[in-house]
Design a protein around this ligand. Sequence first.
Ligand code: F6R
Length: 263
Amino acid sequence: MEVIISKDAPSSSTLAAAHIARVIREKPDAVLGLATGSTPLPLYKELIRLHREEGLDFSNVRTFNLDEYLGLAPEHPASYHHFMWENFFSRVNIQATQVHIPSGLISGPEVPAYCSRYEEEIRSAGGIDVQILGIGSDGHIGFNEPGSSLASRTRIKTLTQRTRADNARFFSSENEVPHHVITMGIGTIMDARRVLLLAFGAGKAEAVSGAVEGPVTASNPASILQLHPEAKSFLDEEAASGLKRRDYYRWVFEKKPSWQRDL
Ligand code: F6R
């Protein structure tokens, strides 16, 4: 996994956005896998700026979100539908018909068939070109909590109490955080052609060091990215602070041959 350390979240997000913009310019109908939460906010802000000021065109871009809380209607202020429209989709020229977010209103025995259809939709779009990921303080990617099968596909998951507590800030109280979600699986994420993991702040340092330098293990789901051929992690100084080889990663980035800079 390539590790790119920047001084802060905005500069890290600018690099990640430049990568995504290149992909969209080369393939205008690129398929993006998208994440929610605090981490990708500066990335979405920069993509919106690139759209407004540099003409980055989303009109043919297709998107698939990683996850959604079960039990929340799209208009619920803490739903990921609401988050995506509020923070990104309504600010670029994407077509609503090209946006895919798992439904929070599926219930009971309909869930497995719904999840299989989500997988099928990703396949028929030609697969995900770039997957954006945050990381949970416990190493989760999507909502694949520690112990998730490294080969898992889109399905229902039960959140850990730690994740419910971490995400309580988006709700009026921790009690309101749903227990269940639909999430792309780790196998679904690994099928993406490129993966960009973003992590900012000291609260992510332990999860990041396990993911980047620890063993590949279901106990830190993000560690599977060590087996992905095109995974990059964009970290700020704090999130990188637990990495033993951080000076080497900085050195590699500084010494990158110019022809490799844009890849
Ligand atoms: C969100 C998602 C999660 C978050 C992770 C970090 O769609 O899939 O894995 O990326 O929980 O959340 P933040 O960025 O809020 O710290």
